[in-house]
Design a protein around this ligand. Structure first.
Ligand SMILES: [Zn+2]
Length: 293
């Protein structure tokens, strides 16, 4: 088994890159990839700690968030870049700009929650519970819940996420963010493989057509196995099991149709963030590895 979608403390995960490697070894996984959000800062540690582990192949990667373009149905889409050259100077400069835009956005969302919607929340407090450089929506939701029990009463976690996501009452756009094609190009230029992350979670009118669009835009791979039942938007809904059964088969067929590289992973963020997901949970077969090594 392999797992090509993992987060560490360098974005919003709970384990360091070395801890991910130790856990994967215990589980007898054959390969893992580090795919932190909009950063490759953990890759050095990941590769050097993994270098002498003969039983485990470590693959450098990242997960890029893409500029929202509702008119093209690109909303909250993520692209994974696997096997990227983490020393590429263009990649480093662009990701730094992307992170700055991401942090500014989170700051503004906190301000909006406080000033317009009356939540007891500051960016400083949200930042203080983020383990590293990246402040994400889960951190904001945590403080919304912790400091505002009355205001969040009767609201599900999903509803709180929606408030701070595109179209939500506290949402603010990012100042700098690559669009879909630019993100694919950046990964290409860094010698990586651009892979469409968790395609089943996107709210698009025609799933097959959306894949065709992605292929035309330059996507070379697609995640097939994924923890749909344990992730938004299906977690704790009556569609959880349906999503888990339906999407991997659907996207396997799409991969065949468009001759796409197959990938997959758990999207593990560590215990405490999402307790039910473990490394290796999506049972990605070893045979996918041939496209990455
Ligand atoms: Zn992820």
């Amino acid at each position: 088994m392999i797992d090509l979608h993992l987060h560490s403390t360098f974005s919003d995960g709970m384990d360091t890159p070395s801890q991910l490697i130790d856990k994967a070894l215990k589980l007898n996984l054959r390969a893992i990839a580090l795919t932190d959000h909009d950063t490759i800062d953990g890759v050095d540690e990941f590769l050097s700690y993994g270098e002498d582990k003969e039983k485990l192949i470590v693959i450098p990667g990242t997960e890029l968030s893409i500029r929202h373009e509702p008119e093209r149905e690109i909303e909250d889409v993520h692209i994974i870049g696997l096997n990227i050259d983490h020393n590429s100077s263009k990649l480093i400069t662009t990701l730094n700009k992307q992170i700055e835009g991401r942090l500014n956005q989170k700051k503004q969302i906190c301000n909006r929650l406080r000033e317009e919607l009356g939540y007891d929340i500051t960016y400083e407090e949200v930042k203080s519970i983020a383990s590293n450089t990246i402040v994400g929506r889960p951190h904001i939701v945590k403080i919304m819940e912790k400091n505002n029990p009355d205001k969040v009463e009767g609201k599900t976690k999903n509803e709180l996420f929606k408030m701070i996501s595109l179209g939500g009452s506290a949402y603010v756009d990012r100042e700098f963010e690559l669009n879909f094609e630019e993100s694919i190009q950046l990964i290409d230029e860094s010698n990586g493989i651009p892979i469409l992350a968790h395609p089943g979670i996107y709210d698009v009118s025609n799933r097959a057509k959306f894949i065709e669009f992605c292929v035309k835009a330059g996507i070379k791979g697609i995640e097939i196995e994924y923890t749909y039942a344990e992730n938004r938007p299906y977690i704790n809904t009556d569609k959880a099991q349906w999503a888990q059964d339906y999407f991997p088969n659907f996207y396997r067929k799409q991969a065949e149709k468009f001759n796409l590289i197959r990938s997959g992973g758990s999207d593990y963020h560590g215990k405490g963030s999402n307790k039910i997901i473990n490394i290796g949970d999506s049972s990605v077969p070893n045979e996918y590895l041939k496209d990455f090594i």
